[in-house]
Design a protein around this ligand. Structure first.
Ligand code: GN1
Ligand code: MG
Length: 377
């Protein structure tokens, strides 16, 4: 959807951005919010910004998100400054004269942040160096937030990674069958039912107090990492909308679900879908390398399981949205949510068959990382 220039100009005014808009481009890879890359010119100075309108069907309390973001970016910014790191290693949101980092324009909820200069993002990569850097980026993000007071965070989407609740919601909608699609997806429903017990293992452990809550990112797709265009090293993590208390396995699992898959998450040709162990290994080296010293034994032993859980959970969410008539995720074509569901189911099956192999890789990398860590001390 194109936004009228008038609206964008108005947003510039509200946020006090100097100069004129030279060009705008839609950034299309998010499934929820609408995002625009806006280039502005003020005399000789050209500045790029990211304008985003938050999807308020998905995020019912956008002001809470923006409060979370202000606190998280301030916390990370301080840490990075103390380490002598560049200011580009955290996102910067524009603040209006009244102190708000957002603007409500009728039904639309807008925010603006600086475009991080000289960076690139990837929707997929086979390059181990890039995957390792992505792993480091999400690992470092957790490390930076390890001493953040989680009680300050609004729960932006309640039960976001509560797999049990996701299944219960699916059960309800299967019963209600609001748009008459249930009969056509019996096979998918049955397969997900077979996976249910194993997919709830993280929830069960959390309920039994066997896994600690951390402040996690919760949406760790590789396109939520910006890399330095010259060096390829991780610059910063973006998309902070779902930063909430969670399990380390959520972040690890979701990242591998996306970046470890040989295919896109909505591939129609399922023979192309499956876990690539080299990509898995490279990401794990980066992620576990950062977090080895702080991982509990249960956390470490559930990382690989997290890949399965997050993949099944997303299959459940895509199928639920399909059964409900596609209200949540953006679609590129009518059957998109069903295609996504099938692809995630295929990936989950492949991941399950490789669980032991994945656990072995995690264990080896963990031991090496600990050794490197104790040598460095
Ligand atoms: C959504 O919009 P995007 O790409 O950041 C979704 C994630 C899913 C992802 C699947 C708030 O993320 O949970 O894993 O699509 N975000 C929300 O591509 O539901
Ligand atoms: Mg997101």
């Amino acid at each position: 959807m194109n936004i009228p220039t008038q609206t964008l100009n108005h947003i510039c005014e509200v946020f006090g951005l100097p100069g004129e808009i030279v060009s705008t481009e839609i950034i299309g890879n998010g499934n929820i919010n609408r995002t625009y890359d806006v280039l502005m010119e003020d005399g000789d100075i050209r500045t790029r910004y990211i304008f985003q309108s938050i999807n308020t069907f998905v995020f019912k309390q956008p002001v809470g998100i923006m409060q979370n973001i202000a606190r998280i970016t301030a916390h990370c910014g301080e840490k990075l400054r103390a380490m002598g790191e560049s200011r580009d290693r955290v996102m910067h949101f524009m603040v209006r004269d009244n102190g708000d980092n957002y603007y409500i324009d009728g039904d639309a909820f807008w925010r603006v942040c600086e475009f991080v200069p000289n960076t690139v993002a990837y929707n997929a990569s086979e390059d181990p160096a890039i995957l390792r850097a992505a792993g480091r980026a999400f690992g470092q993000f957790q490390t930076m937030l390890a001493d953040f007071d989680a009680t300050l965070l609004h729960e932006t989407i309640p039960n976001f990674h509560n797999t049990k609740q996701r299944y219960l919601t699916l059960d309800e909608h299967i019963k209600a069958d609001p748009v008459g699609r249930v009969a056509s997806v019996r096979a998918e429903i049955d397969t997900l039912a077979d996976m249910r017990e194993d997919a709830l293992r993280l929830c069960d452990m959390l309920e039994r107090g066997e896994l600690p809550l951390r402040v996690t990112h919760n949406d760790t797709k590789i396109n939520n990492v910006l890399f330095d265009a010259d060096t390829g090293r991780e610059k910063t993590v973006i998309d902070l909308d779902t930063v909430m208390p969670g399990l380390v396995a959520y972040d690890f699992g979701d990242a591998i679900r996306f970046a470890g898959n040989r295919s896109a998450e909505d591939e129609k040709d399922l023979s192309l879908t499956g876990l690539d162990m080299e990509r898995f290994t490279a990401f794990t080296e980066g992620f576990v390398g950062e977090l080895a010293a702080t991982l509990t034994e249960n956390e470490r032993r559930t990382l690989a399981l997290g890949v399965f859980v997050m993949t099944v959970e997303l299959a459940v969410r895509f199928l639920d949205d399909y059964i409900c008539g596609d209200q949540y995720f953006k679609l590129l074509y009518p059957e998109h949510n069903l295609v996504r569901t099938r692809c995630q189911i295929r990936l989950a099956q492949d991941v399950w068959s490789r669980l032991d192999q994945m656990n072995d890789v995690v264990e080896t990398i963990y031991k090496d990382a600990l050794k490197a860590h104790s040598c460095a001390q």
